[in-house]
Design a protein around this ligand. Structure first.
Ligand code: NAD
Length: 497
């Protein structure tokens, strides 16, 4: 795939045929109301498709189909080995269609094609493969009990799982939910973001062809209102949400207002990346710091958006950081050489620029700070760096979800840890040090679901649980722990005599 040129990608884009209907009970259908919403590319503002906007009737039909499939046991009733075979076929089909899916993802979300071909699409296939491979190897427990009893502890699929996901890694974030949920035997109703619905819609057909029975995997495109219908639905057993902390709080309320469905939340972050004075390699740390905030246009839940640097090395470090930031000049997302693409839509574009304006008044601008003129009608922002002296400023505290970095100085380790933990979030953190002791000590004190030492954003494999402390959410995606979210634990006690 890497040899495909910019021109070839552009001509493939022009020839692409795009499915834009909901996928319910094994077939594509328009919304019952006939309503659609416009799906535009942030690359240049072109209209990609008019996508079905699912309302109450569609969400109801999808949940009913999911329930029916669950009760009939067409999926959960299979030997796990058989579910594994189907999911592996689906993953293989995603890999076969990887070029088309990567192109869809790039057009829809403005992500560089070099990333969608190497990270998003293969990552989603790998996630499916990982949970498919795992599911026929996890066993229950036989627990110690009185001699007249045999005590079993088993995990059972929970039922109908609704997955509501964001736009920054549209297919990958969806896969982190539906792969473990389906492997465990549940039925799934997936609501992709209205800003990036196309790959989710497309892979539903591939699931069907791979042998996922009708009703087991449904896709209901729509905006927040569609997600709300799922979160309030009385026959949804579990809602797995990735998105903003603000909407995550609403999801919990909807569950409380309806049937107390299980709620799992992967939310925002304002992650600290701490460079101590004994950082072993300033060059590597600077490159990683730039990647931590500018990769994927900063539209990363784990973005290292607060760079904490020891005052004694700050000047030397900033020189290297500014060099590294220059490698993220925005470019055309279909050009394989591009490392930074377009901002997802006009709302997010204005939001990020609003933060930059606020930053100009409160901090010293070191780099960027303006929209970039890449393609007419497109939405691009330069990699932007602020030197922040006041930590109570908006840019230093709030999640921006764009290419804006706040650099904060500190004088000792205790101060660094205090600043790092002074946030409502707790998704990720990093520390750079040559001392093994300091690395462990600081890692223990950081309140975050993932801590990197002398690296950032490492660990693309599925073995690490991923999720947050505090208002970054609850539960964990990835790893065998993800299966805990989509299963109920049952104790069975058998009296022998
Ligand atoms: P968002 O919260 O605006 O939307 C997320 C999803 O929720 C979308 O599908 C949206 O349509 C839906 N939604 C919106 N309002 C709703 C409502 N009232 N009821 C039900 N559903 C509703 O978030 P976003 O802008 O799509 O994504 C950015 C956010 O996602 C950031 O905060 C980012 O940190 C977070 N995120 C977290 C992770 C993680 O794993 N922790 C990963 C990626 C993104």
């Amino acid at each position: 795939m890497s040899e495909t040129t910019f021109e070839q990608w552009e001509s493939s884009a022009a020839a692409l045929s795009i499915e834009s209907r909901a996928f319910i009970d094994g077939v594509y259908r328009a919304a019952a109301s006939g309503r659609t919403f416009d799906c535009k590319s942030p690359i240049d503002g072109r209209l990609l498709a008019r996508v079905a906007e699912c309302g109450e009737a569609d969400v109801g039909a999808a949940v009913d189909a999911a329930r029916r499939a669950f009760e009939q046991g067409v999926w959960r009733g299979l030997n796990p080995r058989e579910r594994k075979a189907v999911l592996l076929r689906w993953a293989a089909s995603i890999r076969t269609h990887a070029r088309e899916l990567a192109l869809l993802e790039t057009l829809d979300a403005g992500k560089p094609i070099g990333d969608t071909t190497t990270v998003d699409i293969p990552g989603a296939a790998y996630c499916l493969e990982w949970f498919a491979e795992a599911i026929d190897k996890v066993s229950g427990e036989v627990v110690p009990a009185d001699l007249h009893l045999v005590g079993l502890v088993t995990r059972e699929p929970i039922g109908v799982v609704a997955a509501v996901v964001p736009w920054n890694f549209p297919l990958l974030m969806a896969a982190w939910k539906f792969a473990p949920a389906l492997a465990a035997g549940n039925s799934v109703v997936l609501k992709p973001s209205e800003k990036s619905p196309l790959t989710a819609i497309r892979i539903a057909q591939l699931a069907h062809e791979a042998g996922v029975p009708a009703g087991v995997f449904n896709v209901v495109p729509g905006a927040g209102e569609t997600g709300k219908l799922l979160a309030l639905h009385g026959d949804v057993d579990c809602i797995a949400f990735t998105g903003s902390t603000q909407v995550g709080k609403l999801i919990m309320q909807y569950a409380g207002q309806s049937n107390l469905k299980r709620v799992w939340l992967e939310l925002g972050g304002k992650s600290p990346n701490i460079v101590l004075d004994d950082c072993p390699d300033l060059e590597r740390a600077a490159k990683a710091a730039a990647g931590a905030i500018f990769y994927n246009m900063g539209e990363m839940c784990t973005a290292g958006s607060r760079l904490l640097v020891h005052r004694s090395i700050k000047d030397a470090f900033l020189d290297k950081l500014l060099d590294a930031a220059r490698t993220y000049a925005p470019g055309h997302p279909l050009d394989p050489r591009t490392s930074m693409g377009a901002i997802i839509d006009g709302v997010q574009f204005e939001r990020v620029l609003g933060y930059i304006e606020a930053g100009r008044a409160q901090a010293r601008l070191l780099a960027g700070g303006s929209p970039a003129n890449v393609v007419a009608g497109g939405l691009y922002i330069e990699p932007t760096i602020f030197d922040v002296t006041r930590r109570d400023t908006r840019i230093a505290r709030e999640e921006i979800f764009g290419p804006v970095l706040s650099v904060i100085s500190f004088d000792d380790v205790d101060e660094a840890v205090a600043i790092a933990n002074d946030t409502e979030y707790g998704l990720a953190a990093a520390v750079w040090t040559a001392s093994l002791t300091r690395a462990h000590e600081v890692a223990r004190r950081l309140r975050a679901g993932t801590v990197w030492v002398n690296c950032y954003d490492e660990g693309g494999d599925m073995n690490f649980p991923f999720g947050g402390y505090r208002q970054s959410g609850n539960g964990r995606d990835k790893s065998l722990h993800a299966l805990e979210k989509y299963t109920e634990l049952k104790s069975t006690l058998i009296r022998l005599h």
